[in-house]
Design a protein around this ligand. Structure first.
Ligand SMILES: [Zn+2]
Length: 128
């Protein structure tokens, strides 16, 4: 009976991890690419071109959250700083280092931390 419960928990962990680290991000990529194809359709809303060429739209969030001098700007500045370290160590351009920093943080570190915390919480709940 205990072995069956362990298998059930392992399956839940695998499904949860796949959902949060593969299915949700992959569906976001599909949706972003689909919406980016017809930018004219969303001329009144932000699209990928806003990220690449600058945003002409009115901001929805307050400046302390989404402004260049707010939280968003701090995160982007930190990613560039981290990317500069990667670029210097790996002989990359600044843009490549910035991209590598994004991938390391958002595609490796955050999902790994998330999986670690889920595993820890499931391990702590086993005694109940
Ligand atoms: Zn925009």
């Amino acid at each position: 009976m205990k072995k069956s419960a362990d298998n059930s928990t392992s399956l839940k962990v695998v499904l949860y991890t796949l959902t949060t680290t593969v299915f949700v991000p992959a569906s976001g990529i599909v949706l972003a690419r689909r919406w980016g194809v017809d930018a004219d359709l969303n001329a009144g809303q932000c699209a990928r071109s806003c990220h690449d060429t600058g945003c002409p739209h009115d901001p929805v969030l307050p400046d302390f959250v989404a402004g260049n001098s707010g939280y968003f700007g701090d995160v982007i500045g930190w990613l560039y700083s981290f990317g500069d370290v990667i670029a210097a160590a790996g002989g990359l351009t600044r843009a490549e280092g910035y991209g590598a920093a994004n991938l390391l943080i958002f595609c490796v570190a955050v999902p790994a931390l998330h999986a670690l915390l889920v595993g820890l919480s499931l391990r702590l709940c086993r005694g109940r």
